[in-house]
Write a protein that binds this ligand. Structure first.
Ligand SMILES: NC(=O)c1ccc[n+]([C@@H]2O[C@H](COP(=O)([O-])OP(=O)(O)OC[C@H]3O[C@@H](n4cnc5c(N)ncnc54)[C@H](O)[C@@H]3O)[C@@H](O)[C@H]2O)c1
Length: 355
């Protein structure tokens, strides 16, 4: 493999940007050339005083530089499109924090601009680079779970009520991007129903439930909540052969695979035209796959470099970001329609990555 390293500029040094900065700095694939933030004092603090890394408040300072091959954006979602498209037009590859953009139209335009310029546009769907989610995808792909029957995801804690987004836009991108990564064919629900509540009167949903019917009769459900004093990060994926439980707050046993399930033995229609089903229950072992300890963002920045080097789409490319955005936007429409099931935009890009 080539040992070429790429110069990168990180835009946004607020809460999340420093994590990107740290990982680009420690990566063998990258050298950090610049940090851009409107708050240059904050950016300088993050970079440290003794450093030759450029700190600037002006994006044009880095777009003009030949030693910057890529720009990583960790600013609020509504600013992603403007920054990303300026960078793409200047010939830079772009990594964007989740969610890809503030709305689907902006995301679509970003994907088109990257395509027109032949550049990589990647979404930082961080969880997809964790060992546990990679293991889950492997178990889905190799058929260990059988057909997926249901997914139940719970992401609740006492969270900061955000000034600009509701709990769906803040937390659900994680669950949705994980679903996009692990479901065969990516996240392609046949509809979205969302219910949200704002019991504090904050002006936005602080508790949210998303129901996503999937093709073939399966169903995914996502519960996100800023008001829960107990923190829960769990996902159950029920399959026709096995079911797994991912409990992210249990480092001793993050992932459990249950060799148990329900089988439909036979379905019959009786004389009164009632459908009856004979069900049998399988009771087998539960086991815990071994998982390496590895920082997800290290893998993520390596994948960004790999996709540039190999001139291919990254596993969490702009299209993946757009699929997540499309579900979020459909959820907004459903919220306004009091939870009715609404369709996801039909031109949402399909999964192109070969698995
Ligand atoms: N991947 C993850 O797990 C994860 C976690 C948290 C946040 N995020 C995402 O990271 C992004 C940033 O979130 P945050 O919590 O760090 O926000 P933040 O408000 O803490 O930081 C944003 C920074 O961007 C700077 N900024 C804003 N507009 C700018 C512009 N036009 N040019 C240059 N700098 C600008 C601000 O000065 C600030 O320092 C969001 O998209 C968020 O969803 C991702």
């Amino acid at each position: 493999m080539s040992s070429e390293t790429y110069g990168v500029a990180v835009v946004g040094a607020g809460y999340w940007g420093p994590n990107l900065i740290r990982n680009f700095r420690s990566s063998r694939d990258w050298h950090l050339v610049a940090v851009v933030d409107l708050d240059t004092e904050r950016a300088q603090q993050v970079v440290g005083a003794q450093s030759d890394i450029l700190v600037t408040g002006d994006l044009d300072d880095v777009l003009a530089r030949d030693d910057v091959a890529a720009v990583a954006i960790a600013t609020p979602a509504r600013t992603h499109q403007g920054i990303a498209e300026r960078a793409l037009r200047a010939g830079k590859h772009v990594l964007v924090e989740k969610p890809l953009a503030g709305d689907v139209a902006a995301g679509r335009s970003m994907v088109a601009t990257a395509q027109e310029n032949g550049l990589v546009l990647m979404a930082d769907h961080t969880y997809c680079y964790t060992p546990v989610v990679q293991k889950i995808r492997e178990l889905v792909d190799d058929g260990s779970l059988g057909e997926i029957l249901f997914v139940d995801s719970v992401r609740i804690n006492l969270g900061l009520v955000q000034p600009d987004v509701d709990v769906f836009w803040d937390l659900a991108p994680h669950d949705l991007s994980i679903l996009d990564y692990i479901l065969p064919g990516g996240l392609r629900p046949t509809g979205v129903a969302a219910q949200g509540s704002d019991p504090l009167g904050s002006g936005r949903s602080c508790v949210g439930y998303l129901t996503l019917p999937l093709e073939g009769g399966a169903m995914a459900h996502v519960h996100v909540n800023w008001l829960s004093p107990t923190k829960i990060r769990q996902m159950v994926i029920g399959g026709s052969k096995r079911t797994l439980l991912w409990d992210d707050l249990n480092p001793q046993q993050r992932l459990s695979v249950f060799d148990r399930g329900v089988d439909l033995i036979q379905q019959s229609v009786d004389s009164a035209d009632r459908r009856t089903a004979s069900i049998s229950y399988r009771l087998g072992d539960t086991w815990a796959p071994a998982l390496p300890e590895r920082e997800a963002l290290g893998q993520m920045v390596a994948e960004f470099a790999g996709s540039i080097r190999e001139q291919r789409a990254s596993v969490t490319d702009g299209a993946a970001g757009l699929r997540v955005l499309s579900v979020l936007e459909a959820a907004q429409t459903s919220l306004r329609a009091r939870g009715s099931l609404v369709e996801v935009a039909s031109d949402t890009p399909a999964l192109e990555i070969v698995r």
